[in-house]
Write a protein that binds this ligand. Sequence first.
Ligand SMILES: *[C@@H]1O[C@H](CO)[C@@H](O)[C@H](O)[C@H]1NC(C)=O
Ligand SMILES: *[C@@H]1O[C@H](CO)[C@@H](O)[C@H](O)[C@H]1NC(C)=O
Ligand SMILES: *[C@@H]1O[C@H](CO)[C@@H](O)[C@H](O)[C@H]1NC(C)=O
Ligand SMILES: *[C@@H]1O[C@H](CO)[C@@H](O)[C@H](O)[C@H]1NC(C)=O
Length: 356
Amino acid sequence: MLKLLLILGFLNLEFFITIRAQDPLDCFQLEDSECPNSNVTFRLYNSNEPFGLLIDADTIEGLTLQSSDPLKVIIHGYNSSHSGTPNLELVPQFLQIPNISIISVDYSNLVPDPCYTQSVHNAHVVGRCIGYFLFPILNSNATVTEKLHLIGFGLGAHVASFAANYLSDLGLKVPHITALDPAKPLYVTTDLAERLDPSDADFIDVIHTDIFIYGLMQPVGHVDFFPNKGVVQPNCGPIDDIDTHHCYHVRAVEYYAESISSSEVFWAFRCRDLYGFIVGECEPNNDVEQMGYFVRETARGNYFLMTNGKPPYCKGKDFSNLDRTLYGETYLGDALVSKLKELGPSLRVLTTDIRK
Ligand SMILES: *[C@@H]1O[C@H](CO)[C@@H](O)[C@H](O)[C@H]1NC(C)=O
Ligand SMILES: *[C@@H]1O[C@H](CO)[C@@H](O)[C@H](O)[C@H]1NC(C)=O
Ligand SMILES: *[C@@H]1O[C@H](CO)[C@@H](O)[C@H](O)[C@H]1NC(C)=O
Ligand SMILES: *[C@@H]1O[C@H](CO)[C@@H](O)[C@H](O)[C@H]1NC(C)=O
């Protein structure tokens, strides 16, 4: 359970940090940053290997990709592995796409619960080792790089950015990163080398589903989607329970997984920012974009949509019953929410767009 909730003043809304009780003796922090590292492993999934094949630097040499073949790299987050979220949800959906290759990264030994602080430290090494692993494949043929798509969940979204930075230092710009509810705790920083930001790839799409606890509130991509305001996801449980927030966090993955094969579209409409959405500055309009796998790479800005409470989550272009209220919807309590709304423009500064 949540042992300590540090609220460093409501002005610093982005500075909510949840810290769990932890025994530092059980927590492992990587000392050096040598790659390859036996705690960062890779599995290949494709039509021939639907259950995944453990691969290393030698076996990867044999991986032949056609220039038209998509290459997805899935990066899990804190307290997960190749068999947990988001692989569990995404791999079966991706395998339906012809000629796809999926590389699933496993670094579970480096991010066990309750060792969050050490996990954040280790994430840098994991990112570097992913870049180190991918470099020979990408460098051998530029058309393969064009097909590269990194998908990270929670902590894994920042790991994707570290991998991209490693590759960019070697002259390879990653074309596309998808960030599924990128992690907030210890990632509220203006140092862009320390977290995901739009300079990390040519195109970054982000889905925010738990902006008050596990996920970042501020836009960090070229296009940022806020299903159900990014605040509460339907049918997850009581708002003051930390398990409920875990459910909100994982919804980002569930929405993305559904978008891969759904015949419906997660349409979302544009609003300046979350504050603007909540105070009703924007009505559903024609400036719509598609959230999820089929997102347009030219999409820019912040987009809002509602979902159903259970699968299929997608509501298409149904923008009725827009819920803009925060009252009764967050553990913050209504008094604090009122205060936040009074802050108005200052809140806007706090959640400000970092896009240039
Ligand atoms: C890169 O891969 C594509 C597709 O397999 C192929 O057509 C092209 O000749 C390759 N280029 C090089 C330089 O190997
Ligand atoms: C960590 O993962 C285990 C196994 O999936 C799960 O039972 C546990 O609740 C998770 N802990 C947290 C903090 O999410
Ligand atoms: C899949 O690959 C095969 C063999 O290279 C090719 O003939 C086919 O057109 C590809 N399909 C798609 C949808 O790219
Ligand atoms: C892998 O992680 C374990 C802790 O889970 C650690 O004891 C070991 O030293 C790590 N190995 C490497 C090569 O980092």
